[in-house]
Design a binder for this molecule. Structure first.
Ligand code: NAD
Length: 401
């Protein structure tokens, strides 16, 4: 069986690594640098070891390509391309459209086409299928299915094998073939009654996190105003054995999923005549956190950070990964710079970001911890500046969010 995976990023390459044991995998990516690196056995994704990639390449089971022709004989095609937001924070399906073009123009036989990219209910039925048919010059009857990806990069306890996987096809045959495919490398498959249920469930999972993170960020602000320690309050609430789930306050939400996916749900809700009030408000609260943090820092530092050397510690969106997509550090840096601070950043895991290098963890007037990686010692952070503001709760002795 030949498997083609469109998009060799976090999701696509991770699946390639798992599926390489059972299928001949072609990883199609339109970024030629990514393709060249992958073909020389170098993975750019945490969790995908170079040795695994090299093993599949040596056995002839994996090849990356930017040539659409190479997917033409695939039996199964997985779509794993980005689904970001437009400037106006609306769903941006242009990568999906381009993936459909590659598939439509190149597939020479009927295949099972599965979307793993996150998108709103109705995407496989009303968008992907018609787009592939539009781009295809041949009259091919493909099977279509959805299986939203739930991978959490950097996580070791849950992976492709043991994370329950939702799936549904547009037809019973598509559903059955999707089950056969994933059962080769996933232990726990959960069939749902329609693709729309799987698509909606994925969006709701991340919306649930987004809204709860906003709620706890609001609690952090309330607690500070009341002179109460928010983390002790949360620990106390967390002793209830039922009906409570603990979320931690932070500088905001980051990554490709939590800040983005809820807006896909809000968009489809509004098109259906329902106002997604919680989602919108949660977005506002999370996006406002950098401003709130900058205000707190200003108040603690004589009312202004103008001309002060401020070091932002940790610019990845979460600990122990190099991913900076949608990182709240970016908004915080903007706000601090707008207030006249001279801002630099330190993050040994990220290394290079926006063409600048991580600076040493020392010599600042103010340090603000956005993300605390395991390799960065709290003592070193405390020594980096006379005033340290910690949004993570991991640097004891610093001023806490
Ligand atoms: N990263 C995660 O943790 C995660 C988890 C669950 C779901 N998802 C979803 O999975 C999808 C993919 O996310 P990702 O994190 O893997 O993205 P990514 O940015 O890591 O990788 C996407 C890859 O697709 C390539 N690409 C873009 N357009 C292409 C095209 N037309 N043809 C071929 N390749 C193309 C890019 O060059 C890139 O290498 C998104 O919908 C995302 O929301 C991501």
């Amino acid at each position: 069986m030949k498997l083609a995976i469109i998009g060799q990023g976090y999701v696509g390459l991770t699946i390639s690594a798992f599926a390489g044991e059972f299928f001949d995998v072609v990883g199609f990516d339109n970024n030629i640098d990514v393709v060249n690196r992958l073909n020389s056995g170098i993975s750019h994704i945490e969790g995908v070891q170079d040795s695994i990639l090299q093993g599949w390449i040596e056995e002839g089971r994996y090849k990356a390509t930017a040539d659409g022709n190479e997917i033409s004989e695939a039996d199964i095609v997985i779509i794993a391309v980005p689904t970001p937001l437009t400037e106006e924070r609306n769903p941006d399906l242009h990568y999906i459209d381009s993936a459909c073009k590659t598939i439509g123009q190149n597939l020479r036989k009927s295949a099972l086409i599965i979307n793993e990219s996150t998108s709103f209910p109705g995407t496989i039925r009303n968008y992907i299928k018609p787009a592939i048919e539009k781009y295809s010059k041949r009259k091919l009857e493909h099977l279509y299915a959805i299986s939203p990806e739930r991978v959490d990069p950097g996580r070791e306890d849950y992976n492709q094998k043991n994370t329950p996987r939702l799936y549904a096809g547009l037809t019973p045959e598509a559903t059955a073939k999707t089950r056969d495919f994933y059962s080769t490398f996933c232990d726990n498959l959960v069939e749902v009654s329609s693709p729309e249920i799987a698509e909606a469930a994925k969006l709701f999972e991340n919306t649930f996190r987004q809204v709860n993170i906003a709620l706890v960020n609001e609690l952090a602000q309330i607690s500070h105003a009341l002179g109460i320690d928010v983390r002790e309050t949360l620990d106390a609430a967390g002793t209830k054995p039922y009906g409570f789930m603990k979320f931690a306050p932070s500088a905001g939400v980051g990554g490709h999923c939590i800040p983005v996916d809820p807006s896909y749900l809000a968009d489809v809700a509004e098109k259906a005549g329902v106002e997604a009030t919680f989602i919108k408000r949660a977005n506002e609260v999370n996006l406002d956190m950098p401003k709130y943090i900058a205000r707190r820092i200003e108040i603690d530092n004589g009312g202004s950070v103008k001309g002060k050397k401020v070091l932002v510690v940790g610019v990845a969106y979460k600990p122990n990964v190099a991913d900076t997509r949608e990182t709240p550090a970016e908004l915080l840096i903007d706000v601090l710079q707008d207030s006249g601070a001279v801002v630099s950043w330190n993050d040994p895991v990220v290394g290079t970001w926006h063409g600048t290098e991580s600076t040493p963890l020392s010599g600042a007037d103010i340090a603000v911890v956005v993300t605390k990686h395991d390799v960065v010692a709290p003592e070193d952070i405390l020594k980096s500046a006379p005033y340290v503001f910690d949004t993570t709760g991991k640097v004891k002795g610093a001023v806490q969010l």
